[in-house]
Design a protein around this ligand. Structure first.
Ligand code: NAD
Length: 293
């Protein structure tokens, strides 16, 4: 069993980007600038956004946090997005999800300028990704691809089963794993809440990518010997003994499944840290594309 160490790889990526930024500064070039829009005070969202901003500081990017009240109107939020779209100083920005219920999430994501859409959620980028054209790939799937690539995990001709069809993880993951080239060329099965007899499907998988958000869902009897296991799940589970009163649990019953696997991502320290690293990579890409424009 080998651990796909997202903590280490994400640090490597951040160091690589930091080096590039140092060179940019030495040449007097503008450094990448990431903005994040946070609506309301959702605890998990605040944690995510703060760590994105902190990572920017660590690697020398400029960053801006746009904090808005939970009761902001859709119209005003759209106006804030337009400001970011037209602000030349900002290379890329993200709108932290979920948004409050009274706001139409799709309408907001459609309003983001695709050239600054470093989350890769705009249909233009999603479509380009599906068509193998250069685009911004959503950070979490991009992070998984990067992990597979850096650890040289064989994917060609393998049966990859993705659990969960969300627009931000499962669906794009299924597209990426089926694309031509490495890491890809896999035969992909995309499963979801209506899938029947999931266990029979996952048991056939060479690679399982689990993104459903149910703690310890994937058990040892659901995977075959030697499978590659990617655990995207992040669920806060109450734990009075943990310093924060909760701990983070993945979709995979790690203790049971790890001994059967050839490669596995731990939670925490697997896919999670990769997501931020790839957001930074996308922002660097946005900067270089704006330079060329
Ligand atoms: P989601 O919550 O939007 O959707 C869950 C998906 O799981 C749905 O497509 C549903 O059909 C499927 N599903 C539910 N029950 C199922 C079952 N019994 N069998 C098969 N499929 C089932 O998904 P999401 O936003 O992709 O989030 C999934 C998990 O990944 C969550 O725990 C989330 O916190 C985590 N996540 C982690 C990262 C990261 O950086 N590591 C990023 C995004 C999401």
């Amino acid at each position: 069993m080998n651990i796909l160490d997202g903590k280490k790889v994400s640090n490597d990526i951040k160091n690589e980007i930091a080096e590039i930024v140092t060179k940019m500064k030495a040449k007097g070039e503008k450094v990448p600038h990431l903005a994040a829009v946070l609506v309301g005070e959702n605890g998990a969202s605040l944690t995510y956004v703060n760590s994105k901003v902190k990572s920017c500081e660590r690697i020398g990017f400029d960053s801006t946090l746009v904090k808005l009240d939970a009761d902001i109107t859709e119209e005003k939020l759209l106006a804030e997005i337009e400001k970011l779209n037209t602000n030349d100083a900002i290379d890329g920005f993200i709108v932290q999800l979920p948004l409050p219920k009274h706001i139409d999430e799709q309408k907001i994501l459609l309003a983001v300028n695709p050239d600054k859409d470093v989350d890769g959620f705009h249909p233009t980028n999603f479509g380009k990704m599906a068509l193998d054209m250069p685009s911004f790939i959503p950070a979490t799937p991009f992070g998984i691809i990067e992990l597979l690539e850096r650890y040289k995990v064989e994917t060609s001709g393998k049966h990859c089963v993705v659990i969960g069809r969300s627009h931000i993880v499962g669906r794009p993951m299924s597209i990426l794993m089926s694309r031509k080239g490495f890491p890809g060329d896999a035969t992909v099965t995309l499963t979801h809440s209506r899938t029947q007899n999931l266990e029979a499907i996952t048991k056939e998988a060479d690679i399982v990518i689990s993104a459903l958000g149910v703690p310890n869902f994937l058990k040892a009897n659901m995977v075959k010997e030697g499978a590659v296991i990617i655990d995207v799940g992040i669920t806060r589970v109450t734990d009075s003994e943990a310093p924060r009163g909760y701990r983070i649990v993945g979709d995979v019953d790690y203790n049971e499944v790890a001994p059967k696997s050839s490669y596995i991502t731990p939670v925490p320290g697997g896919v999670g840290p990769m997501t931020i690293a790839m957001l930074l990579k996308n922002t660097l890409l946005a900067r270089s594309r704006h330079n060329q424009a």
